[in-house]
Design a protein around this ligand. Sequence first.
Ligand SMILES: Nc1ncnc2c1ncn2[C@@H]1O[C@H](COP(=O)(O)OP(=O)(O)OP(=O)(O)O)[C@@H](O)[C@H]1O
Length: 209
Amino acid sequence: MIAIKSVSHQYGAEQTITFADWQVNNGEQWLLLGQSGSGKTTLLHILTGLLKPTRGEIKINDTNIYTLSSKKIDQFRGQHIGIIFQKPHLIKSLNITENLILAQTFAGLTTNKVRIEEVLASLDMAHKKNAYPQELSQGQLQRVTIARAVINKPTLLIADEPTSSLDDKNAEAVLALLKEQSELNQATLVVATHDKRVKDAFNLTYDLS
Ligand SMILES: Nc1ncnc2c1ncn2[C@@H]1O[C@H](COP(=O)(O)OP(=O)(O)OP(=O)(O)O)[C@@H](O)[C@H]1O
């Protein structure tokens, strides 16, 4: 489902990061490990269609994504890839339901409120569907971020450092949620981290260091 082959990226004249070939099958749960500066963010951007690598090929669901136009890549991302960033990036002037509608619209899909209610319920957030982002706690905001990432039933769910700012208890809870949601939505999960606490929760690891 994800295959990267002979991929490297060059920043300026001096720095080239080379990525080992990687094959990820449907439904697998992977940890993407690497120290600061090893290239995790670069690889995530490459995988999500945000950064065309200098060399190599990336296939997601048999689509060679960098052969698509940038508009088609944006649509492909919206429909097939759910991304959980460290910070929520929700629109403050829209309530939670409206933020999720926006995620459907950006992907070129029609509004599906039933799906929104289903996802919010699965994250125990149904009671906050009309709340605004500033009315939510950090933990609730993180749940909404996960809801937004899975709303379009992505085949690939990517989380970038989801636990680094959390204490042990919350880090464990977020990991459990990510695993549960990827299973519920039959999505492949890739969690990028340098957080050693996360290591034991995964048995498949792609290590950049
Ligand atoms: N736009 C850029 N221009 C030049 N060099 C860059 C650029 N982006 C990243 N780099 C360099 O590429 C290397 C990998 O960066 P990247 O952000 O992918 O690492 P990372 O593993 O995500 O690090 P961290 O865990 O600290 O976020 C670093 O040496 C960085 O300085």
